[in-house]
Design a protein around this ligand. Structure first.
Ligand code: ASP
Length: 864
């Protein structure tokens, strides 16, 4: 007995047992027809019609069903189908079909694929008709989502290992399997044999009977299995009928697919119940059956059932609540309307568990997987946790072989984070399986509100832990949990090391800044002129140029303008000159000038030495501010990470400008750190913004070619991620703190950051800088003090001498001073000599001896 027949009889027996029609009983008449044997099917149905029937329940094969359907249409006998229908329905059909249409099933599969964010899919199908069930997914490959689809066909022979091997080596991860119920068991067994039931794989079975198998047999290695089915496995009605079914058919057949309450059996039971409900409606209760003959063409023999069309309309209007396959009702075309398709996932402990459903009004609904979160701190002990990560030097690196031997599984990964994960797992006693993040992203919120990268995988519970250089940020913390940071860092700018500069023929000017050179020249002229003026006003600067002749009537001043310039120059060059100051005021000024020269020359010499020994490296940028103010050097970050998010959300004007620059040039973003660093190395005009710890490591690998610019733009930390609410977070935090306290993390840092070819060029950087006013401005102040002191001394000398002379000459001080002033300011051809003014008493040097007073005064007056 086939399962469909078993279900047919079972449903009718149940109705009769319940006395559903108050004394009227239903009589089943079941016949077998060979698949695709149209002739036999037609003959069989005609034989049944000749007995008088209320409805025909259709065969499963398409050809037989078409033949039976056309007979039923001719005789106006309602035809009830429960098969997967490939061809489109038309209004002429006098049949109803309880099986959901292809359109609905392919929409469910597409929605599930989108729900899991699969971007590469492998489809394994058995019958050509499957492709119509999967048409929405196949179309999705052309949609903007660009899903990559690979299709394999299951061979007709029972051994499917070759096919599975091919799929395994292709690296397929998301596999949709569409096969007949009978193929499911051998296929799953062979998948297990090929070790393809690991957590790396996710299977989606479209065959609705997967749930009948003992699926807990296959969950050992954490494989993901999703199944769609029509049974509402959580409904009380389903359980009641299933219990009755088991009691009735226990031990009938060997295989669960043959004896279980399959989808086909459930649809047949629902179909019988639909018919029963129609029979209780309107004329249904008073109908009489007619014997109809397909071949009798005599005039009075009935060719159609009188009640046929009315009964068919009642059938279409039935609304069966809580059927085994959900609520059942039909469209005008007799097609199942708004069917509910249920979705189950394989769990660690309970086999397949219902997680969601799909219907046309609500589309896909999946319950949040809270129950999968580890809430009990001890529940992960000895469990194999899925750890999502991303390849990033030196945190997580990948190798195919170790010491020449090919490696597999976790052994393929090494680096700082892998060592740390190992230490944490040892402390917390869990096993782990490393699975690289699918889309190569750390995690950022997309416009759709969804998160991608490792953050997305934690949200979707695809992973229990994210162990990677994953930055703790506020927005991420809203959707996932972070442990305490295991490393602290900040964003920095990575740029190509500047090329050594050609010193140039005027490089001797470099030790002093331009300002200083300018001020030195100004000081030189100022001092020379002041010296000239002081020498003219100071009476002590005038002397008898013929000392052997005390009678000589002229005094001379050696500080003419040229001599002043020469004297200052000689002092500056530390060479001296034959001109020497005599008065106190000029000596004060000279002293300060010499002091100034001494300091200036010493500073220049010292800095010149530094300039000659250090290669000048000048970078066109020295900070983020510099970057933001120019457009010649492009800069960017890694896309899809917290660095990009930092700039996009920053309220600091410099960073806002930088983000505007970057977002206007999408090509400046790199998909990976490797790509960004490669670009810095190969381009003169590109700076990469990245996290300092990664930058330090990369600089140590390319110390001659890469350098850091400026300091850190912010401060942040890396943490280990867990799904929101997971008890793992606190345990991991404790483990990290203890690893920090016993210096394990420090040693790991030294281990992985030490493998450099050179020291970080950050620390190496020695440079000689020109001396500016801020470095040696003090000596200019000293010089100005000297100038003022010299002037004051000159005034004092002038007043002092005038006072002396005024006493000698019995003149007023003012008069004497005016006379002296006039004399000092006098301009003639011989500005540097003047006639002696005779005073009453013997004057001291530089005035000559008395004797020619009247004449001298006379001359002086003549000259004046
Ligand atoms: N570590 C960063 C993150 O977690 C990557 C980046 O620089 O954006 O997103």
């Amino acid at each position: 007995m086939s399962n469909a027949e078993r279900a047919f009889r079972f449903a009718i027996e149940r109705l009769n047992a319940q006395n559903y029609f108050n004394g009227t009983t239903l009589v089943p008449d079941a016949r077998h027809v060979a698949n695709n044997d149209i002739f036999n099917a037609t003959k069989t149905v005609c034989r049944q019609l000749s007995k008088g029937v209320a409805a025909i329940f259709g065969p499963a094969s398409q050809e037989s069903a078409t033949a039976v359907g056309s007979v039923c249409r001719t005789m106006e006998i309602p035809f009830v189908e429960t098969r997967w229908e490939h061809e489109p329905r038309d209004s002429l059909k006098t049949s109803i079909n309880l099986h959901p249409s292809n359109k609905h099933i392919s929409m469910v599969i597409k929605d599930i694929v989108f729900y899991y964010h699969w971007t590469t899919i492998t489809i394994v199908y058995e019958e050509d008709a499957a492709l119509t069930r999967l048409q929405e997914v196949l179309h999705a490959s052309a949609e903007p989502m660009k899903i990559k689809v690979t299709v394999y066909r299951i061979p007709s022979r029972p051994d499917m290992r070759d096919l599975l091997k091919e799929i395994k080596t292709s690296g397929a991860r998301h596999i949709i399997i569409d096969c007949r119920s009978e193929t499911l068991y051998p296929l799953l067994e062979q998948i297990m044999e090929m070790q393809m039931l690991r957590s790396y794989y996710h299977y989606l079975f479209t065959s609705m009977d997967v749930a009948l198998l003992n699926m807990s047999r296959y969950n050992g290695d954490g494989v993901n299995i999703t199944a769609v089915h029509l049974h509402d496995r959580e409904s009380a009605q389903f359980h009641r009928v299933a219990v009755e079914w088991r009691a009735r058919f226990r031990g009938t057949d060997a295989h669960p697919m043959d004896k279980g309450l399959t989808t086909e059996a459930s649809l047949v039971i629902d179909a019988v119940n639909v018919m029963a409900q129609a029979l209780t409606m309107g004329i249904g209760r008073n109908m009489t059956l007619q014997r109809l003959s397909c071949f009798d063409k005599r005039p009075h023999s009935p060719s159609v059932w009188d009640y046929g069309l009315s009964f068919f309309n009642y059938l279409k209007s039935v609304n069966l609540k809580n059927g085994l396959t959900g609520d059942v009702n039909f469209s005008a075309f007799g097609e199942r309307e708004n069917p509910t398709i249920f979705i189950s996932e394989l769990t660690d402990t309970n086999g397949l568990e219902q997680r969601g459903f799909w219907n046309t009004s609500r589309q896909l609904y999946m319950k949040p997987r809270d129950e999968t979160i580890i809430t009990d701190p001890s529940s992960f002990i000895n469990r194999t946790l899925i750890v999502t990560t991303i390849r990033e030097q030196p945190y997580v690196m990948f190798r195919e072989t170790k010491d020449g031997v090919p490696v597999t599984g976790n052994a393929r990964y090494y680096g700082y984070c892998i060592d740390m994960l190992q230490k944490i797992s040892e402390r917390l006693h869990f096993n782990y399986q490393i699975v690289e993040v699918e889309d190569d992203n750390y995690g950022s919120k997309l416009e759709s509100g969804r998160w991608n990268g490792m953050v997305g995988e934690l949200i979707e519970r695809k992973a229990d832990l994210a162990v990677a250089p994953l930055t703790i940020t506020y927005s991420r913390e809203q959707v996932m949990d972070f442990s305490k940071p295991y490393m602290h860092l900040g964003i920095t700018i990575l740029y190509r090391s500047p090329e050594p500069q050609n010193p140039g023929v005027f490089s001797f000017l470099n030790p002093l800044s331009f300002d200083v050179w300018l001020y030195v020249v100004l000081a030189f002229f100022l001092v020379s002129i002041t010296l000239f003026l002081l020498a003219r006003f100071s009476p002590y600067e005038w002397y008898n140029s013929h000392p052997c002749n005390p009678e000589y009537d002229e005094v001379e001043n050696q500080f003419n303008l040229t001599n002043c310039l020469w004297f200052s120059f000689g002092g500056l060059m530390q060479q001296g000159s034959e001109v020497n100051p005599r008065a106190f005021s000029t000596r004060v000024l000279s002293g300060f000038w010499w002091f100034f020269s001494l300091i200036l020359v010493s500073s220049y010499t010292a800095n010149l030495a530094a300039f000659l020994t250090v290669e000048r490296m000048v970078s066109p940028i020295s900070s983020a501010d510099d970057l933001s103010k120019q457009t010649e050097i492009e800069y960017g970050t890694r896309s899809g990470g917290s660095t990009e998010t930092f700039f996009s959300r920053s309220k600091i004007p410099t960073y806002q400008t930088m983000y505007e620059f970057m977002s206007a040039r999408p090509h400046v973003f790199s998909k990976t750190y490797d790509a960004g660093i490669e670009r810095v190395l190969n381009s003169k005009n590109y700076a990469f913004l990245l996290e300092s710890t990664t930058a330090e490591y990369r600089i140590s690998q390319h110390c001659n070619n890469l350098t850091l610019i400026g300091g850190l733009l912010n401060s942040r930390g890396y943490g280990i991620g867990t799904p929101l609410g997971s008890a793992l977070r606190d345990e991991v935090t404790k483990a990290i703190l203890s690893l920090q306290e016993d210096d394990t993390l420090l040693k790991l840092k030294q281990k992985w950051w030490k493998t450099s070819n050179c020291q970080s060029s950050l620390n190496q950087k020695e440079d000689a800088n020109e001396l500016g006013v801020k470095n040696i401005g003090g000596i200019f102040l000293v010089l100005i003090t000297g100038l003022l002191a010299g002037v004051m001394a000159a005034v004092a000398e002038f007043v002092w001498k005038s006072r002396q002379n005024a006493t000698l000459d019995s003149k007023s001080l003012c008069g004497e001073m005016m006379a002296e002033l006039r004399f000092a300011c006098r301009c003639n051809k011989r500005r540097n000599s003047k006639p002696v003014i005779e005073h009453k008493y013997i004057p001291t040097t530089p005035y000559p001896a008395p004797g020619m007073n009247g004449q001298a005064i006379q001359m002086a007056e003549t000259v004046a």
